[in-house]
Structure formats: C-alpha cells, structure tokens
Design a protein around this ligand. Structure first.
Ligand code: FUB
Length: 326
C-alpha cells in the first residue's frame, strides 16, 4: 500500500504543469492585459469560438538586473489564458514546463500552439542538455488546448547541431512559429538567422531541408500567418537600439518574400518585443509585450515583461497598417 502511495506521489510530482482546478477569471482593463504576473512572448490560438493565449511566465530572481547573455530571463513555466470576447479572461495557470521534457535542463522561451486533427501541438523553446546543448525547439502534444501536454518526441525537433552556428550560435534555435496551410505545415524559428522548414503530417518531424530566409534586420520571434491568399512573416527586427516589429509577405510559402517594413515602434521599457497575430470574432489582433508593469514594487525590465494587445488593420492590398501601442 505504502509503495502504491509513494508511486502515485512521484507520478504527481512528475506532472509539473497539468490543468488547474482553481481557474480564475478576470476582466481586461486595457494594456497590459495580464496584471498579476510578468508575462512575455504571447501566442494566440483561435479554436471553436475561444481565443487561447499562451505566454511565458517572466519570473523575478535576485541578481536578475545585472545578468546578461540570456540569464536576464527566468521563465520556468508557460501559462495559458482564454477568452470568448476579449474582455473576460480565464487564467488556466501553467500548462507546460521545461521539466516536462526529460532532455531539458533549463528555462523556457517563446512558443506557439497549433491544432491539427483534434490534437494541440505546443512548439516551444527549451534549454537542452547533453548531447544536444543550447536552446532547442521541442514539441509537446495534448488532446486539449489547456493540457496536460506531454513531450511528443522525447528529443528536440530542432537542436543546435542541425543549424548553422551563425549569429547567436547556441541560441539561434528559438521561437518556433507554425503555420498549417491545407495539407502542408511549416515551422519557422530563429535568433539572428530566420530558419524555415516543412513539417511532416505527424507534426513531429522535419520534412526536407532547413532553409534560411533573408529577412531584413531580423532578430527573433517570427510569427507566420495567412490571410486570404497572402502569407505573412512578422518578426522582432532591430529597430533603433531595441527591437520593433517588422514583416514581409509572399504569395507562396516558397517565396519570394517582400519586406514590408515596420509594423510597430519599439516596446516601452523593453529591449524585446514579440508578435502574435490572430483573427477572432471578426477582428484582427496584434499581441506583443512591453515592460511597463510594476509588481510588488518590482519594476518591469528586460526579463519582467507584460503582454499587451491592440487591434490590427489591413489595407485594401492586404498590407498590415502600423499598430500604435496603447
Ligand atoms: O522570452 C525570451 C526571449 O525573449 C524570447 O524567446 C524572444 O522572442 C524574446 O522575446
């Protein structure tokens, strides 16, 4: 009996980030959208009349303000929120943690969740241990948008040895975005270099070569979406000492891509910015983050950001109009 109880306890401990029983609701009151936690790297998913929003939980630690080289970020769980009207939101808590990947050794960076054939695939950035080393792209899967998610592969989908060690080296394999386009699925990611590959129908293997897209001033945080027959690649580009959001369009995922310039200015008080785009209830939205929130007297900073959302508009030619952050 004791042995059974011990095993159950161990199993519960191993499920770090399952669905929570104590889901809370809150009413959005402008930006930042989430005001009881620092949050970053928003990734919306619209599914059956609900918008799910996945974010990284930026957590404060002592010494953070003098850290650098990626250590200024401390994200040990990914959170999920949902809404049916962009006003009332449900906080589902942490739905995935890096500890849910046996090969991970550290924290969590940006992600995107997509749905295919009733399964939800969480493409995310994980710090990998030996033999992979460096930031890697992992995939977790669930039957529900709020988890529990489990590692779908048992190893990274993309790791450092699979891509050129160009700009940023060990952390160029971050920030996956996935577009499902009919029978095809594409994954794009990168820091310093913008990588693109096809996914096999199982969503857990690359199909063919990894390509490099030449995106002007590309830094990180790509986001793929399609509207009518136009493809959009929106990303955090280098602005004027800090990142802003820029984008390119193409009439085919095979390219060529046409650079369309800046979509936003730089985020207030934040070196980084990170786009997430969704069409929901007849409107278009751009999610991003800044760092204006102060929590328990701890001010926002590079690793203590806040997710925001503003409406997005297109012109008659399908180009996205500049978004004012407010
Ligand atoms: O949140 C950590 C990193 O900061 C993300 O992976 C980047 O996109 C940037 O927002």
């Amino acid at each position: 009996m004791n042995k059974v109880l011990t095993l159950c306890g161990a199993a519960l401990l191993m499920v770090c980030c399952g669905p929570k029983v104590n889901e809370k609701t809150f009413v959005a009151n402008g930006n930042p959208l989430i005001t009881d936690k620092f949050t970053a790297d928003p990734a919306p998913l619209v599914h059956e009349g609900t918008l799910y929003l996945y974010v990284g939980h930026d957590e404060y630690y002592e010494g953070q303000d003098t850290a650098h080289g990626g250590r200024e970020f401390n994200i040990t769980e990914w959170l999920c929120y949902s809404t049916k009207d962009m006003v009332t939101w449900t906080d589902h808590g942490a739905v995935l943690c890096p500890t849910d990947f046996a090969w991970a050794v550290g924290e969590a960076w940006a992600s995107q969740v997509v749905e295919k054939d009733g399964k939800f695939y969480y493409f995310t950035t994980v710090q990998a241990g030996e033999p992979f080393v460096g930031k890697a792209v992992g995939v977790a899967v669930s039957d529900s948008p709020t988890g529990p998610f489990v590692d779908a592969i048992g190893a990274p989908l993309v790791h450092d040895k699979m891509t050129d060690n160009g700009a940023r080296g060990w952390w160029n394999d971050i920030d996956p975005t996935v577009l499902i386009d009919g029978d095809e699925a594409w994954v794009c990611w990168g820091n310093g270099t913008c990588f693109l590959a096809k996914l096999k129908p199982n969503m857990t293997e690359l199909d063919g070569d990894i390509r490099v897209l030449d995106m002007p001033r590309f830094v990180e945080g790509p986001w793929l979406h399609k509207r009518d027959s136009l493809y959009y690649l929106t990303y955090a580009g280098m602005g004027y000492g800090r990142e802003n959001i820029q984008y390119a369009t193409a009439t085919s995922m095979e390219g060529p891509w046409t650079y369309r310039g800046e979509l936003t200015g730089m985020a207030e008080n934040s070196f980084t910015i990170h786009p997430g785009i969704a069409h929901f209830n007849g409107k278009d939205y751009l999610f991003y983050h800044n760092a204006v929130l102060t929590l328990d007297s701890i001010p926002g900073a590079i690793g203590r950001r806040s997710v925001c959302v503003n409406e997005l508009h297109y012109d008659d030619a399908g180009l996205m109009l500049p978004v004012e952050q407010r």
